[in-house]
Design a protein around this ligand. Structure first.
Ligand code: GLN
Length: 222
């Protein structure tokens, strides 16, 4: 590091001072894909496994995977409380799929011992789309995302069953999704939401090469 002093004032600015660092929770799930999507957006992204690594980042991405496993590992790695505190203090956080579940105030069809990080005043239903449509893709219009719909990949995804007044719904399941997911109970369910510095999607933008959701998150750090 170069530190240049002029009249007692530290003048040099290091990269660390100007470019925010985004941590990707790296206990389980599709960590590599998020790191690479963030890097492609021009962000600095690093894996986070320990409290000291969390303390060094400005924002966090909670990847998709399995929320019950992740919640158990968060306890094992002593990250539950530090993450809860950072999120409550306003750290920009993006959760995709299992990450959305971890951020929810309450989970339906979860495990009784499943731990929540909080940050989103929503109730989510885990594995909400049911067996036949465990996984499906659809085009979604997402508020705040320009240039057409986002190709959204849902893998044993949750949906938002209830959202508080401060939660902005950015996208809902369209009324026409292949495989029946957009009919009946699923149609109109929120699958992308934002509350202040917390963004969550039930789908996986890290799997499609479309960087617009990650770019939206990076712009929230500005
Ligand atoms: N169904 C998973 C869970 O409960 C989430 C699936 C995913 O992240 N793709 O955590």
């Amino acid at each position: 590091m170069c530190v240049c002093a002029s009249r007692g004032v530290r003048a040099a600015v290091t990269l660390d001072d100007v470019v925010p660092v985004i941590g990707v929770l790296a206990l389980q799930g599709d960590v590599r894909e998020h790191l690479s999507a963030l890097a492609s957006c021009g962000a600095r992204a690093v894996p986070v496994r320990r409290p000291s690594e969390l303390a060094a980042v400005d924002a966090v991405v909670l990847p998709g995977g399995e929320s019950t496993t992740m919640s158990r590992l968060l306890g094992t790695f002593d990250l539950l409380d530090p993450l809860r505190e950072r999120i409550a203090a306003g750290m920009p956080t993006y959760g995709s799929c299992a990450g959305m579940i971890l951020l929810a105030r309450e989970v339906l069809d979860g495990r009784p011992d499943q731990q929540q990080l909080g940050g989103l005043d929503v109730v989510v239903r885990r594995n909400a789309f049911g067996r036949q449509v465990d996984s499906f893709e659809t085009d979604l219009d997402v508020d705040g995302i320009p240039d057409g719909p986002v190709r959204a990949v849902f893998i044993r995804a949750p949906w938002v069953e209830k959202a508080g007044d401060d939660v902005q719904v950015l996208a809902t399941v369209p009324d026409r999704t292949v495989g029946g997911a957009g009919t009946g109970e699923a149609a109109g369910r929120p699958v992308a939401v934002r509350q202040g510095a917390v963004l969550a999607t039930a789908f996986h933008p890290e799997l499609t090469g479309d960087l617009r959701i990650h770019a939206m998150f990076v712009s929230m750090l500005a």
